[in-house]
Design a protein around this ligand. Structure first.
Ligand code: NDP
Ligand code: KPL
Length: 337
């Protein structure tokens, strides 16, 4: 009997780029999976076609159509393992309806960029800490997007950039705990050939990785969103100069809050590397702003501004870029009403 037959179903919350990427890999690994969509198709169904395209393998790589089980409205019963794959600002609202299905025997993995989401969701259990699930934080450098699909039911994802995926317990007292080891053992036996190749870190290492990503995101994302330029525009003036000034501020917050290696030149260097490696990318914040969607700015620039305020550091530029993005979000909403 293959090992995955004994594996509990992995519930994936959010059928966007990252949710479909994880779901597609789990389906390919024959791991039992259930996708939770915000809006179910109007035709009642428990399976939807998921077109899965591994574009990173090279031009012309044929896509695969996988049959993806979706959670039906009104489903109940405990959830043993949940992967939250919504945007940061959507997570709390999305987890709310699943609250009673998540107990201390559940494992919940967060895959959002930025900081503050885990704390917001964990707060749902503030009156019932003893039944709070086991929380894990994840970070990924894989790149995925959802191309437009004609039908209402079909979903499609393009795995555009091969990256890495790390996860670790949200609290240090779970490092090496039996349930973490059990989860890792299960993950590696359920999904031996999983191209996502998730790696386990300890609680401090995973937070450092999230902070590292936050440092880069807090500069590239607002500058591309406000200027309407692709990531590569940060490699030359005038955005290069603004990125350098922002890097000074971001570094001052991080160094003061215990991330001593994140010096101004380290932050500038990482921003440059990422802007070079993704020069043709339309950043997620630019895409969100242009589509009139709420962005993750509060969990990215906002998280750094909160850290700065608590440490008594002034971050006028970072506060300005956060405010400008928020103003754009409000302007869009005003224009629509
Ligand atoms: N895309 C990428 O390459 C990368 C993304 N990330 C991070 O991963 C996270 C997810 O990003 P991404 O997948 O791109 O975002 P998407 O916007 O593509 O996906 C978010 C999904 O969540 C769904 N959702 C929202 N609210 C609910 C709800 N209440 N119940 C169920 N589903 C809900 C949305 O539904 P609907 O379809 O109805 O809008 C959407 O499908 C972000 O934090 C992002 O920064 C990190 C690294 C790379
Ligand atoms: C790495 C980068 C900047 C790639 O565009 C990104 O994280 C995003 O767009 O959200």
């Amino acid at each position: 009997m293959p090992p995955h037959v004994l594996a509990p179903t992995i519930h994936v919350l959010g059928g966007g780029a990252i949710g479909l990427l994880v779901t597609g890999h789990l389906l390919k690994g024959q791991v039992p999976v259930r996708l939770h969509l915000r809006q179910m198709p109007s035709v009642p169904t428990c399976l939807i076609p998921l077109s899965f395209i591994e574009a990173w393998r090279g031009p012309g790589t044929p896509g695969q159509v996988l049959q993806c089980p979706v959670e039906e409205a009104g489903a109940d019963g405990p959830i043993e393992c949940l992967v939250i794959a919504t945007k940061a600002q959507q997570a709390r609202e999305a987890v709310g309806p699943l609250y009673s299905r998540l107990t201390r025997n559940s494992s919940v993995l967060f895959l959002q960029n930025g900081l503050g989401v885990f704390e917001e969701v964990a707060n749902l259990w503030k009156e019932e800490r003893d039944r709070q699930p086991f929380f894990l934080l994840g970070s990924t450098t894989h790149g995925a997007y959802r191309p437009a699909v004609p039908g209402e039911i079909e979903r499609s994802v393009v795995h555009a950039g091969m990256g890495k995926m790390w996860f670790g317990a949200a609290s240090a007292h779970e490092n090496g705990s039996p349930r973490l080891q059990n989860l890792v053992r299960n993950l590696s036996s359920w999904v031996p050939g999983l191209a996502l190749d998730p790696r386990l870190l300890d609680a401090k290492e995973i937070r450092d990785r999230l902070v590292e990503k936050l440092a880069v995101a807090s500069i590239i994302l607002p500058l591309t969103a406000l200027s309407g330029q692709k990531n590569g525009a940060l490699l030359s003036p005038p955005l290069e100069t603004l990125a350098t000034d922002l890097a000074e501020e971001v570094s001052s917050v991080l160094v003061r809050t215990g991330h001593s290696r994140m010096t101004p030149s380290w932050v500038k260097g990482r921003v440059r590397e990422v802007a070079e490696g993704t020069r043709e990318n339309v950043s997620s914040m630019k895409a969100d702003v242009e589509m009139g969607r709420r962005t993750e700015v509060e969990y990215i620039c906002g998280a750094l501004n909160r850290m700065a305020r608590d440490a008594g550091i002034h971050t006028p530029l970072l506060r300005m870029v956060q405010g400008l993005i928020e103003a754009r979000q409000i302007r869009k909403v005003d224009n629509e009403t």
